[in-house]
Write a protein that binds this ligand. Structure first.
Ligand code: SAM
Length: 241
């Protein structure tokens, strides 16, 4: 029997891992995730994603897969929980594909769309405006779920990623300030909880967990299919221990 550990990124596909967590009846307060974007063959993509699963799928299959994963996340989220789903508007064959195309097919309530203004990007062809932004969707099971925005965050987050691909040997690491902002927005909501459970199904090198690694009130579970990313996460943890 495969064992899923807390406070680890588990080497397992998230489909398998999330189903096991559902079978165990575990529910999460917070899910922060950034799935593969399926951009290998996309317009003016200048990066190489050879060893990175989920980036070269038929688009219809990709969206079907994301819907399957989002349904598992829905089942794993507490009724008062929040999912933060990072994606972007991609351009394929001259046409933009928006993440809301599949997000509106889920049971989630869309609470807010955040524009993450990265102020830089790999795609700078002159046939269109340069896409420098990503999206972060705040999704819940219930329209009444609230945040406490004590940091007066706006719906545009100006966060320039400071890391390079080489820092973590991963092609698509989220800026840690994005995760930090999400935790700050929930800080007062979780103030009375003895334990806060966090999930990242596509954990990569664990950016979603970095801000709470040393906070004993938080317990997390991640999944990834590439062991080298998990090892990089373990090294990353040692650097802040
Ligand atoms: C955009 S990256 C996530 C990066 C992460 N947010 C970070 O900052 O490190 C997506 C990750 O999903 C992983 N992945 C692809 N297919 C997967 C699957 N079926 N289950 C779990 N992880 C998967 C990839 O290996 C990759 O590390």
């Amino acid at each position: 029997m495969i064992f899923i550990e807390f406070n680890k990124i588990n080497l397992m596909s998230c489909e398998e891992g999330m189903q096991k967590l559902i079978d165990k009846g575990i529910k999460f307060d917070l899910i922060i995730t950034s799935p593969p974007y399926n951009i290998k063959d996309f317009h003016a993509n200048q990066l190489k994603y050879d060893n990175y699963r989920g980036n070269d799928m038929n688009e219809a299959k990709y969206q079907e897969w994301q819907l399957q994963c989002l349904d598992l996340m829905y089942q794993l989220l507490k009724d008062d929980g929040s999912l933060w789903y990072n994606h972007k508007v991609r351009i394929s064959k001259g046409k933009a594909i928006h993440p809301l195309e599949w997000l509106f097919q889920t049971d989630f309530v869309l609470k807010q769309e955040i524009t993450w203004n990265q102020q830089k990007g790999a795609n700078v062809d002159k046939t269109r405006c340069f896409p420098f932004s990503e999206r972060i969707y705040w999704l819940t099971k219930n329209a009444k779920v609230k945040l406490f925005n004590k940091i007066s965050a706006k719906d545009v987050w100006d966060i320039v990623p400071k890391h390079t691909r080489k820092d973590f040997n991963h092609p698509a690491v989220m800026a840690i300030e994005v995760a930090e902002t999400i935790y700050k927005l929930h800080e007062d909501i979780y103030a009375d909880k003895d334990e806060v459970l966090v999930l990242d199904p596509f954990a990569g090198v664990g950016t979603s967990f970095m801000p709470i690694i040393n906070n004993n009130r938080y317990k997390y579970i991640g999944f990834d299919v590439d062991n080298s990313f998990i090892e990089n996460f373990e090294n990353r943890k040692l650097q802040i221990a």
